[in-house]
Every structure is written in C-alpha cells, then in structure tokens.
Design a protein around this ligand. Sequence first.
Ligand code: MF3
Ligand code: CO
Length: 249
Amino acid sequence: MIVLKSQREIDRMRAACCIVAEVLDGLRALVRPGATTFDLEQFAAAKALKRNAKCAFRGYNNYPSSLCCSPNNQVVHGLPNKDLLKSGDILSLDFGVVYDGFYGDAAITVPVGDVSEVAKKLILTTEESLYAAIEMAVPGNRLGDISFAVQKHVESKGYSVVRDFVGHGIGRSLHEDPQIPNYGLPGKGVKLKPGMVLAIEPMINEKSHEVEVLNDNWTVVTCDGGLSAHFEHTVAITENGPEILTRIC
Ligand code: MF3
Ligand code: CO
C-alpha cells in the first residue's frame, strides 16, 4: 500500500530532508586524504543531534552506525572505521534522519583527492542517472519510467545497475511501498500520483552488477572488485512535477 502525503505532511518531510542535505553537505567538505569514516560518522551524529533529529539508520535492523560509508568497491551499507582515506578513493555516504515524525534519506558519492578518469565518470553517470529518474517523477507517469531512466542512462555508458537493492517509498517509515528498482520497463508499474514521496537511489557498478554481503552482515561489495557509486534523493511528486526534498533550505 502506497501512503500518499498531504501538502502539510510534505512540508514536514522537507524539514527532515533539509537536515539530511545539510549533514551531507558538511560531510562532503570533510572528505579528504587522511580523514577517516569514523570522523565522518561523528560529524553526522553531532550535527543531527544539534538539529534535534534522530539518526534513522542506527539501530535499524541493528545497523550499528548513523552513517553508511562505502568506499571504492563497497556498494552500500559500509560501516565507518578508523582507516585513513587516501587520494584516489571514492566514497559513498548515505544518511537519514527522522524529525517531527518523518524520515528523510539521501546519498552522495565523492572523490577523495585526485581520482581516476573512470572513477570520475562513474560518479558523474550515477548522479546524472538520478536526475534523469527524478525528471520522470511526474503525475501520470509510471514507476517503470523512473527505473528505466536510470537503467538506460547507466547502460549507455557501459556501467551496470545493481539489482539486489532498490529505492523505496518514504514517510513515517524509512522504507514504504513501492520498491523502486533501478532497472525496468517504461510504461509499466504503478501510476505516479501527487503525494507520493520516493527515495530514488541508483547504485551503479563499474563492471558486473553482481554484489555480495561481507561477513559483518552489512557491507555490500562488488563481486569483481570494480568500483561502485550511489546517489539518492527523497523526492515528492506534486501537481507541478517532482520536488527534491533533500535540498539545503
Ligand atoms: N538509504 C539506505 C536505505 O534506504 C540506507 C539504509 S541503511 C540501514 O536502505 F542501516 F538503515 F539499513
Ligand atoms: Co534509501
């Protein structure tokens, strides 16, 4: 069942999402060679606390951290640690909060120092695929139009869409219906309506789409060791088109 949100509820979600955007913006500025993902975790938790928001991920299915930090061949759900980031790494950061009863969820992938051309192109293509998907988030389109927009863009550049993890509806729960695969067929799936709020999150691999979960039961990595990138926005579908809620306000 897809829960539609009223304009007032979307206003409340915007407040939660704005905190997420502010935290990710701060994190982006902290990513550099010699920093650790543990530092980033601490920054995110402190900033959320300051905004009276609760970190959404800590304790969710027993996830042990507030922030997901997934470098290089890690796809999603990487755990913060005290390893030093080094020039040439790429780092995906996924963060969510609950504030005034509503969740916000977003992710970015950032280069650490100087990165390879393929790393730059993978990051750019993944972000572009998110915006291509968001453009399709208008009333009357179907869910498959969003999914297909990601897949088409990514595959045209020779990269692969992760299939084992998907985007999701979001609201009073972190994960609501519908599931949003990053591959699919245009014109298929549920019709999009004003009041739907979707966390659209392409997870894109440099090489094969295949992924596996490490023994920590969280960290998802590419099977072939290739790079992976991840971008996510929480987006409201309105009469006037898509509104990206995870923006600084
Ligand atoms: N953006 C991810 C998601 O929507 C983050 C979840 S991490 C978890 O599932 F720990 F909360 F599972
Ligand atoms: Co999400």
